[in-house]
Design a protein. Structure first.
Length: 378
């Protein structure tokens, strides 16, 4: 099936994916007076007396804003706010289906860091949480960091946080199956939002033998062209200060995590790795190497971002539950300890891991609630 053409047809028929419905009936004058004026003055004045009553008396304060500037949409790149809107609507659908959360897509006609921060701060009173989505690096790091510090509701850039949680969950089970541990040699290819988020979380979890590569090869101390964010990566990884291309760095390593571009690897790259290698080829829609090719040369476990292969690493396993728990318990900030707790809980949902199943399927019952409880307990 041509999924893209089918999607165009379905979107056109439905005129988008989301709608707004009233929870209160408005079929006569009395109901109108309760839902709107004069009755609505009652909830307004109650919130004046106690601002926290907004969580009990409104819907959107228990909802999430899905905010994007359209600068790094899926594998499509900087396609702008209008073209990003179908993705943000899709994210809102996933919030509703998997966590029962009302989310609202908001695309911004600016890619200026200060303007984005200012706009999100201005709309924050409406929402219980902010999901930053598909904002390009390195701006996404400052935007998320500033908003976390300046708002009193949870803010996450899902490309960083959600990806990292699901990767760590898969890696926990993958290493268990392969008989390896936190000493495993890990290569992360891609130092954008997802790669940086994954690196941070794996370092926090205790992995010591990580080398991150970008398009120019290994990120190491002393490389002259490093951005501030890549300098932080160099300071926290690559303890042996390895230099070289991705192909050179991969030799003998246990794990490859790709958040970069499609068809980057061939069979010889995988064959050069250690026995029982683990491949997370997460570029979308075309992975760094197709799972069947990686398997053909000895990869023990292969994960991708695709739903037509086993072990789909999908952010929908993480973000609905994160916001469900955060909003329910009014958690102001999502910490790395919460992210690790969520990853361990997600891994634990797979009672009998196998090379073909290291993480749950998004449609398995209880995923969002498991994640919510994992962050609420901290």
């Amino acid at each position: 099936m041509d999924y893209q053409q089918k999607s165009i047809e379905e979107h056109k028929k439905a005129k988008g994916k989301i709608s707004v419905e009233s929870k209160l009936p408005v079929t006569n004058r009395e109901e109108l007076s309760i839902a709107y004026t004069p009755g609505v003055a009652g909830p307004c004045l109650e919130i004046v007396k106690n601002k926290n009553a907004v969580y009990d008396l409104t819907s959107t304060k228990n909802g999430v804003a899905v905010v994007s500037d359209g600068s790094a949409v899926l594998g499509l790149g900087n396609i702008g706010p209008e073209a990003a809107l179908p993705v943000m609507e899709g994210k809102a659908v996933l919030f509703k289906i998997f966590a029962g959360i009302d989310a609202f897509p908001i695309v911004l006609n600016t890619q200026n860091t200060e303007e984005i921060i200012s706009i999100v701060k201005a709309i924050a009173p409406t929402f219980g949480g902010i999901n930053l989505e598909d904002i390009s690096a390195p701006r996404c790091f400052e935007i998320e960091e500033r908003l976390i510090a300046e708002l009193d509701i949870p803010v996450i850039h899902d490309d960083q946080r959600g990806s990292a949680i699901v990767v760590l969950a898969g890696l926990i089970n993958g290493l268990k199956l392969s008989g390896k541990n936190k000493d495993a040699g890990i290569v992360i290819n891609g130092a954008g939002a997802a790669g940086t988020g994954i690196t941070r979380l794996l370092c926090s979890y205790g992995f010591k033998n990580i080398v991150v590569c970008d398009s120019k090869g290994a990120i190491h101390k002393g490389r002259a062209d490093l951005t501030p964010e890549k300098t932080k990566i160099a300071d926290s990884t690559n303890a042996n200060n390895q230099k070289g291309t991705l192909a050179e760095i991969l030799v003998g390593k246990d794990v490859f995590i790709g958040v970069s571009v499609g068809n980057l690897l061939d069979e010889s790259h995988v064959a050069s790795m250690a026995k029982k290698s683990i491949i997370f080829a997460l570029a979308n829609p075309i992975p760094e190497i197709m799972p069947d090719k990686a398997k053909s040369v000895g990869a023990f476990i292969v994960a991708s971002g695709r739903s037509d292969f086993p072990n789909q690493v999908n952010n929908v396993l993480a973000f609905p539950g994160i916001f469900k728990g955060a909003i329910r318990s009014r958690i102001r900030r999502i910490t790395q300890e919460m992210e690790i707790s969520a990853a361990e809980a997600l891994a634990g949902m797979v009672k009998n891991p196998s090379p073909e199943k290291i993480i749950p399927d998004p449609f398995e019952s209880g995923v969002a609630e498991t994640i919510a409880l994992a962050i609420e307990k901290l």
